[in-house]
Write a protein that binds this ligand. Structure first.
Ligand SMILES: *Cc1c(COP(=O)(O)O)cnc(C)c1O
Ligand SMILES: [Zn+2]
Length: 377
């Protein structure tokens, strides 16, 4: 369904986005039916990984449940930070153990699995780095072809990784937005399926599993605050959707976490839109940051991101690259977590929010480390 105009689309055919509204689509399920078989008990008896949530996922046939072991990542305590920040209930959802070392695996496994189920054999993606790696891995696993368009200054590890999986790597002189234009052109020309962020509805469903897991991690409650490094916003919008579905199924109550977007000071279109109380995020000129995954100057799902932030009584925070680097060292040296700069940005934002009293000592706070620092060496 299109969240802007309410138009319905057929869930049994391959979908992209609502051309009328230029809006992403959101998959819908028979939640009443799902609640009969998806229960806390059945979930705990199923094999680990995102496919435990199959009633809430778009893939129909068991044979199409592609996997490299994604999901069910640890919710870690952060004892040193808890002490120094005076925040006893601080947790880090660590996404680095995912295949290809970032949470992009959750989204791309779903997009590849569902598209292959519907007959796709050739994919294209514009990427800051990690999404290209994840697409390349799952395409290899599914024996499909992948074309990856990446800015030429994207992390070298991602470039090599994409090629190692046998994908076609195209280096673009520009940003992810420029790569996106090229990818869309070639997709139209050759009939490739474009799995750009939010240009198809399946990645969102994969990313949604982070919210499902968190609810289970907190014993069918939700934390008070979730701090999420936001580029395209799939995870943020996905978790927000997950909580709504779980509530409809009677698995959680009506309480919601306050959702926090973290962006880099050099590319903060969502932060600016929140400050201006705008419904849309304006394109950010000359985007620049070491956090490659946050260098998204014009997120396609800006309306959904902003709605989730406002409905949750959340906020958006920009942090500098210097603060990111400091936070990265702190996480590594004090907690043993070598976070991606995007994940480190979440810690930098937490410090801002504690300083202004927006987060209180007794609150349960989850930081997302969205990937491994190793990818950026
Ligand atoms: C892509 C990416 C992000 C941004 O994720 P979105 O869900 O698109 O907002 C954050 N961190 C890392 C490591 C990424 O690769
Ligand atoms: Zn529409």
């Amino acid at each position: 369904m299109c969240p802007e105009c309410g138009k319905h689309f057929n869930a049994d055919t391959l979908q992209t986005f609502c051309a009328d509204c230029k809006s992403p689509l959101e998959a819908q399920y028979d939640l009443n039916k799902a609640s009969k078989t998806l229960t806390p008990e059945s979930l705990s008896s199923r094999p680990r990984g995102i496919w435990r949530w199959t009633e809430l996922l778009p893939v129909r046939g068991a044979a199409h449940r592609l996997t490299l072991g994604e999901g069910d990542t640890p919710l870690l305590s952060a004892p040193h930070l808890s002490r120094t920040l005076n925040l006893p209930s601080l947790y880090i959802k660590d996404e680095a153990p995912n295949p290809t070392a970032s949470f992009k695996a959750r989204g791309l496994v779903m997009a590849v699995a569902r598209a292959v189920e519907l007959g796709v054999t050739e994919f294209v993606i514009p990427t800051a780095g990690n999404a290209g790696s994840a697409l390349a891995a799952y395409a290899a696993r599914a024996h499909a072809k992948a074309h990856v368009f990446m800015p030429k200054d994207a992390p070298l590890a991602n470039q090599r990784e994409v090629q190692a999986y046998g994908a076609d790597l195209v280096l673009v002189d520009g940003l992810i937005s420029d790569a996106g234009k090229l990818a869309a052109e070639q997709a139209a020309k050759y009939g490739w399926f474009d799995v750009s962020t939010f240009k198809e509805p399946y990645r969102l469903e994969g990313k949604k599993t982070m919210g499902l897991e968190l609810a289970e991690d907190f014993n069918w409650e939700v934390p008070d605050v979730i701090i999420y490094p936001t580029g395209g916003g799939t995870g943020l919008v996905g978790m927000w959707k997950a909580f709504a579905e779980l509530e409809t199924m009677g698995l959680i109550g009506s309480k919601r976490p306050r959702m926090v977007t973290v962006q880099a000071a050099g590319c903060a279109p969502v932060v600016r839109a929140m400050e201006q109380n705008a419904a849309r995020a304006e394109f950010w000129q000359n985007a620049e940051t070491i956090a490659a995954g946050l260098r998204v100057p014009g997120p396609f799902a800006d309306r959904q991101i902003l709605r989730a932030l406002r409905e949750s009584h959340g906020t958006a925070v920009a942090v500098t690259d210097k603060e990111i680097t400091t936070a990265q060292n702190e996480l590594a040296q004090n907690e043993g977590i070598f976070a991606a700069p995007e994940g480190a940005a979440a810690l930098a934002a937490l410090k801002h929010l504690l300083a202004i009293g927006w987060i209180k000592t007794a609150e349960r706070v989850v930081l997302f480390n969205t990937g491994s620092g190793l990818k950026y060496l």
